[in-house]
Design a protein around this ligand. Structure first.
Ligand code: AMP
Ligand code: ZN
Length: 456
């Protein structure tokens, strides 16, 4: 039995899939106008763990993710500039160039983090006709109104509006100040925005309401419907999507199709820096380029539950890096030719692991269990290795035993450094140590001798 926390019911529930073999999962993807920061990546790692846990339980997962390449305004609440058009102006490029560039970087990032590639990665602009179709249905059913800058969803017409909200979102909503005086309510949101009369947008389409572009909340409903059908099983995103984006996705699906968009809604908590959410407007961004070993960041994310805030510091990342390297070292030392010692105990570990991961993805406990089993003398090296290989299907940390073949180039640098060290030319020897480290290897001096190791 898999138990998952459902934001819709505010409870941990037994997960009951619509189809008993195949699970349909939708995760909101990036707005591709800038590099993903490691906060965004924390959310994608949580979603990857969810997908891997479902697969570990024997399900096939159809995973759809969108790429927002139009319509996401600088404020999530339909005001400000289109982030993509703004990004293009910033870099003096076309929107298409910006989309291509940052999509490529996003894919590189998720590959570096061992995040499984979505079954379908769909750009918002690939479903413009479907989005227009959805808005037409909403219009026919009387859920829309027109103001000077676009067609809006009238939230007062939908009795169930805001069903994803908890107390916090309700309070936030009450304190919202609406800048657009033409809107009937601050909660109402743009379905179709008109292109401004005085400037030419790069991304715009003809529609029954005039030339313009779809609002950000419409794309995920149309992509979900097209690629997964509704309702689908699970919809995920970061915690900031509860109050506006996901609430508005739910509203459109209910109004247009009389159905909940997804049965389970899951949200990952923020990565924070000194109690502030990591974010572009907060000015505290760290990207994966700043992280020497991407999998150590993945390890760090596994040390906290996805529903807990994770405080990011250089030290916490370094700590995760040390732990991961230590784990790899221990794995490398395991004797794979050893005889099985205790199949019953091995099975108990396997059972315990499944219990932890199926309990709302309790990865900190699953990780602690891994360290316990590595220290357990009742198990043989081979038994430990088999367990690690099994657990790593979920961890995704590439925990394999690797023979360390040190390249010629590194050996030569190490020898040069050793000569400097013997000559007591520590300045030169330190320079070479740095160079060797930059190339991904570390040297440990042990009296007169030393050892070289590849860092992961
Ligand atoms: P965006 O590209 O802004 O749509 O964000 C992509 C994903 O990252 C969304 O699921 C957000 O909820 C999530 N996200 C944004 N900031 C953070 C953060 N500091 N920590 C964790 N997730 C975040
Ligand atoms: Zn979405």
């Amino acid at each position: 039995m898999i138990k998952l926390y459902n934001t819709l019911t505010k409870k941990i529930e037994e997960f009951k899939p619509i189809n008993d073999k195949e699970i349909r999962l939708y995760t909101c993807g990036p707005t591709v106008y800038w590099f993903a920061h490691i906060g965004n990546l924390k959310t994608y790692i949580f979603e990857d763990i969810l997908r891997r846990v479902l697969e570990y339980n024997g399900y096939k997962v159809i995973h759809v993710m969108n790429l927002t390449d139009v319509g996401h305004l600088t404020s999530d609440e339909d005001s400000g500039e289109d982030k993509l058009e703004k990004g293009a102006a910033r870099e003096n490029k076309t929107v298409l160039d910006i989309v291509e560039f940052y999509t490529k970087h996003f894919i590189e990032d998720i590959n570096k983090l061992n995040i499984e590639f979505p079954t379908n990665l769909i750009k918002a602009t690939e479903t413009i006709p479907e989005q227009i179709e959805l808005i037409k249905i909403l219009e026919e059913k009387g859920y829309t109104y027109r103001i000077s800058d676009g067609i809006y969803f009238d939230t007062s017409k939908l009795k169930t509006y805001g069903r994803l909200w908890g107390d916090k979102e309700k309070t936030d909503f009450k304190s919202r100040i609406e800048e657009n005086k033409e809107k009937k309510s601050p909660a109402d949101f743009a379905l179709w925005k008109f292109s401004p009369k005085d400037t030419k947008r790069q991304m715009e389409w003809a529609s029954p309401w005039g030339i313009g572009f779809p609002g950000w909340h419409t794309e995920c409903v149309s992509i979900g419907l097209k690629y997964l059908g509704i309702p689908f099983d699970i919809h995920c995103g970061g915690i900031d999507h509860i109050s506006v984006h996901h609430t508005n996705e739910i509203a459109q699906a209910e109004a247009a199709y009389g159905s909940i968009l997804a049965n389970y809604w899951m949200h990952g908590e923020f990565l924070v820096v000194k109690d502030n959410k990591m974010g572009k407007s907060e000015g505290n961004l760290v990207t994966l380029k700043d992280v020497k070993n991407p999998l150590s960041y993945r390890y760090l994310c596994l040390t906290a539950h996805y529903k807990s805030k994770l405080n990011f510091t250089k030290e916490s990342l370094e700590g995760a890096n040390i732990s991961l390297n230590k784990l790899r070292e221990r794995i490398n030392e395991l004797d794979l030719n050893s005889q099985d010692k205790n199949p019953k105990k091995k099975e108990e570990y396997q059972k315990q692991f499944l219990e932890y991961i199926n309990n709302d993805l309790d990865m900190p406990k699953a990780l602690a269990l891994t360290w316990d089993l590595m220290k357990d003398d009742d198990l043989s090296g081979n038994e430990k290795y088999e367990l690690i290989q099994s657990f790593d299907k979920v961890f995704g940390l590439s925990l394999r035993q690797e023979k360390q073949d040190i390249p010629e180039e590194i050996i030569s640098l190490v020898n040069q450094r050793e000569n400097y060290r013997k000559e007591k030319n520590f300045e030169k020897s330190d320079e070479l140590r740095k160079l060797i480290e930059e190339k991904g290897y570390s040297i440990k001096d042990e009296g007169d001798s030393f050892s070289i190791k590849k860092e992961y």
